[in-house]
Design a protein around this ligand. Structure first.
Ligand SMILES: *[C@@H]1O[C@H](CO)[C@@H](O)[C@H](O)[C@H]1NC(C)=O
Ligand SMILES: *[C@@H]1O[C@H](CO)[C@@H](O)[C@H](O)[C@H]1NC(C)=O
Ligand SMILES: *[C@@H]1O[C@H](CO)[C@@H](O)[C@H](O)[C@H]1NC(C)=O
Length: 277
C-alpha cells in the first residue's frame, strides 16, 4: 500500500514537472516546426521553474525563471530586467522560439516590453532576448550570465548564457538499438559464466577448468570454430603450388626474408663462378 502511494506521488510529481513548462512556441512558427521546437524544449525539463538572479548593482537586476513566471505580478513573463524603479519585460514565455545545436540550446523570447520607447536602436519595435544554454557537465545550478547586454548590442536584443549539465543530453542522444542489444548480450553471457562458475565451484566443488559451466559444449564450439577457420582460411588448400610445401621460388610473391637472402647469395656465387673461368 505504502509502495503504491509512493509510486503515485512520484508520478504526480513527474506529471506536474512536465506540465509546469509554460514556454509556448510563438504562433508565427509553422506547425511542423513547432513540433520540433517542443521536442527540443524537453531538454530543459529537469530545470523547469528554476530561478536565477543576476545582480549587477542594487538597482540593476535580471531575474530569469526557466519556462515559468518570474513574478506573479506579470503573467507569462519568464525574464524581467529591473532597472531602478522600472521593470522591462524581456521574456514573454508565450512567444518562445527554440533553436538547437549539438551542445547548446537557445531560447528566444519575442515581444519584449519596456524597451521600445526608451532606446533609439529599438526604433519603436519590441525587442527580443536570447538565452543560450550550454552544456557544462559540472554545473547543476541555473546561473544567468550576461553575454551581450543591451548597451553592447547593435539590435534591440540581449544575449545571456546559462551553463548546465542538462543540456549535455543533446550530444549523447542515447545508445543505438544495436549497441543496447550487444550490451544486453554481454551482460547475459557475463552473468551466465559468473554464476555458473560460482555454482560449480561452491556447490559442486569443481576445480580448474571444471569450473567453466557447460565446458564440453563451449570447447566443442571452440573446436568447431577452429575447424571452420582452418577449412576456410588455411593456405594449404588455396594458395596453389607454392603453399603446399614445395621449395620457395626466387621470383616474385612472398618468400620468407632469410630464404630470399640465401637465394640471393647462391645467385651471387653462381655469377662469380661464371666470371672466373
Ligand atoms: C502572452 O501573455 C501576455 C500576458 O502576459 C498576453 O498579454 C499576450 O496576449 C500573450 N500573447 C500570446 C501570443 O498569447
Ligand atoms: C498567457 O499565454 C497564453 C497563451 O500562450 C494565453 O492564452 C493566456 O491568456 C496568457 N495569460 C494572460 C494572463 O494573458
Ligand atoms: C525606424 O522605423 C521607421 C519606420 O517605422 C523606418 O522608416 C526607419 O528607417 C527606421 N530606422 C532605423 C534606423 O531602422
Amino acid at each position: 500500500m505504502m509502495m503504491v502511494k509512493v509510486v503515485v506521488t512520484v508520478m504526480v510529481c513527474v506529471l506536474e514537472l512536465v506540465n509546469a513548462n509554460k514556454c509556448v512556441i510563438d504562433s508565427s512558427v509553422p506547425d511542423q516546426e513547432k513540433k520540433t521546437q517542443y521536442e527540443y524544449l524537453k531538454t530543459l525539463d529537469p530545470i523547469i521553474g528554476k530561478r536565477s538572479e543576476l545582480k549587477l548593482s542594487a538597482k540593476d537586476t535580471y531575474t530569469f525563471v526557466v519556462c515559468d513566471d518570474a513574478d506573479p505580478a506579470f503573467k507569462n513573463v519568464s525574464f524581467i530586467w529591473n532597472l531602478g524603479d522600472t521593470d522591462s519585460l524581456l521574456g514573454f514565455n508565450n512567444r518562445t522560439l527554440v533553436t538547437k545545436a549539438r551542445n547548446s540550446l537557445m531560447l528566444t523570447f519575442l515581444g519584449a516590453k519596456g524597451l521600445e520607447g526608451k532606446y533609439k536602436k529599438c526604433n519603436g519595435t519590441a525587442g527580443a532576448s536570447h538565452i543560450l544554454f550550454l552544456c557544462d557537465h559540472q554545473q547543476h545550478k541555473v546561473q544567468l550570465e550576461i553575454l551581450e547586454d543591451f548597451h553592447g548590442s547593435l539590435t534591440c536584443s540581449m544575449m545571456f548564457v546559462v551553463r548546465h549539465s542538462c543540456v549535455c543530453s543533446l550530444s549523447n542522444q542515447g545508445l543505438s538499438g544495436g549497441a543496447i542489444f550487444f550490451i544486453i548480450l554481454l551482460v547475459i553471457f557475463g552473468s551466465y559464466f559468473t554464476f555458473g562458475f560460482f555454482y560449480l565451484r561452491l556447490v559442486k566443488g569443481a576445480k580448474g577448468v571444471e569450473q567453466i559451466p557447460n565446458r564440453e559444449f563451449w570447447f566443442k564450439i571452440g573446436n568447431m570454430l577452429a575447424d571452420g577457420c582452418g577449412a576456410v582460411f588455411r593456405c594449404d588448400r588455396y594458395c596453389g603450388a607454392r603453399g603446399t610445401g614445395s621449395a620457395p621460388s626466387s621470383y616474385g610473391g612472398y618468400s620468407p626474408i632469410d630464404e630470399r637472402l640465401a637465394q640471393d647469395l647462391q645467385d651471387t656465387d653462381r655469377d662469380s663462378s661464371l666470371l672466373n673461368p
